[in-house]
Write a protein that binds this ligand. Structure first.
Ligand SMILES: [Zn+2]
Length: 172
């Protein structure tokens, strides 16, 4: 007799999870936008624990001349420093673009609890598009993944960034 009640409670909990993904993605999109303003490819990432933001970062590849300066990698490293441990099983990483092979590997190494991304990356995506690294059964950690959260906003940010960059190059 309590089944219906429990069911609706479960549904509510699921709805809250989805809301939290969208809230955190909005923050990651803000980080992506400020990266674009500094000439970086607009990708932003947030590491949170039950809605509490532990770390956040955006791409810094251009300004730091850092070949591994991807938003999600930097956010993971920062989260490790903040929490004083490398194991992030109780954390969720939210990033505006599907992580590449390098970052997907880093997420597995961090034992991330959950992964959420915005737009798919057909050219370099390591979680669904080209490789499915976090889902590979040969690895010892397989976090739940959700792609496509606010994907349209994320993709249009990237598109307008590259369009503007092409226009600028033409002018020079
Ligand atoms: Zn990456």
């Amino acid at each position: 007799m309590s089944h219906g009640h429990r069911g609706s409670r479960r549904r509510r909990r699921r709805a809250r999870g989805v809301d939290l993904d969208r809230i955190m993605m909005k923050r990651a999109l803000d980080l992506a936008r400020s990266a674009a303003a500094q000439g970086e490819v607009p990708v932003g990432a947030v590491v949170h624990r039950n809605g509490e933001i532990i770390a956040e970062a955006a791409n810094t590849r251009e300004n730091d001349a850092d070949p591994v300066g991807h938003a999600e990698l930097l956010a993971l490293q920062l989260a490790g420093r903040v929490l004083g441990r490398w194991r992030l099983t109780d954390c969720t990483l939210v990033v505006t673009l599907e992580p590449c092979a390098m970052c997907a590997g880093a997420l597995v190494n961090a034992r991330i609890g959950r992964l959420v991304w915005g737009a798919d990356d057909p050219k370099a995506g390591g979680c669904r598009s080209l490789y499915q690294i976090p889902a590979d059964s040969r690895l010892n950690h397989r976090p739940p993944m959700v792609g496509g959260v606010h994907a349209v906003i994320s993709a249009s940010l990237l598109r307008s960034f590259f369009q503007a960059r092409r226009r600028k190059k033409k002018r020079c």
